[in-house]
Design a protein around this ligand. Sequence first.
Ligand code: ATP
Length: 273
Amino acid sequence: SKAKLFDQDQKVKTSFKDVAGLEGAKEEVQEIVDFLKSPDKYTSLGGKIPKGALLVGPPGTGKTLLAKAVAGEANVPFFSLSGSDFVEMFVGVGASRVRDLFKQAQQKSPAIIFIDEIDAIGRARGKNNMTGGNDERENTLNQLLTEMDGFGTDTNVIVLAATNRADVLDKALMRAGRFDRQIYVDLPDIKERAQIFKVHIKPIKIHKDVDIEFLSQQTPGFSGADIANLCNEAALIAARQGKKAVHHQDFLDAVDRIVGGLEKKNKIISPKE
Ligand code: ATP
């Protein structure tokens, strides 16, 4: 089967209300929404609209969701690809694929390009030279930098990239006119977890004994993705038992199951709170 180069979503439905918590990050990306919606307002005084921003934070905290919500709020198409797929799947053609991506986004501009796991292509150059495929990765990275430098500020394509390893990124990526803004997307605190529960409980038929406050207390260290997974797991547990609604106990059973899974994955779990 032919691997997909990148995804495009012309009619993004995701909006800020799908993103629970992350108030600070939402405030910062609101500016990007404004740039996309009315660029003239910003360029009329001679200012340059930023070309890129880096979303930095642990896995599953909503970076992709937030990037998509920016496109949804601005009502512009969303082009996305994952750095890791990119380097693995397109040996020998990474650079030309980057070119295609930017070309298509510019044709549909205003638009958002989202690059998940940018560290897979954006690691500092000159390191890990022993590993094969490094030239390929460097070519891809160089092409990305070329594209970002190449498109004028009048193009109105903004590139958002996500990473949980900002420390390993090539400094060239962070230079002015590239990803010169960093937006932090952290693990949710107890209040934010409650908000995330509320989002993910919406499509589920829950019994009135479900106590979101309590579940939020029981889930320190959980990401938004973990909570989404937990809600789904609880619904499946209840369904398996032939219940008419998902009860509090089903959520607790799902917590146990997921904490068990996380422990296996991380060996130790160190709750933040
Ligand atoms: P990764 O670094 O692993 O790519 P990510 O930070 O991009 O993760 P997402 O892919 O955006 O995380 O999150 C995965 C899913 O988890 C989302 O589609 C959503 O269902 C849920 N989720 C994560 N964070 C939030 C949040 N703040 N509010 C609501 N749902 C969330």
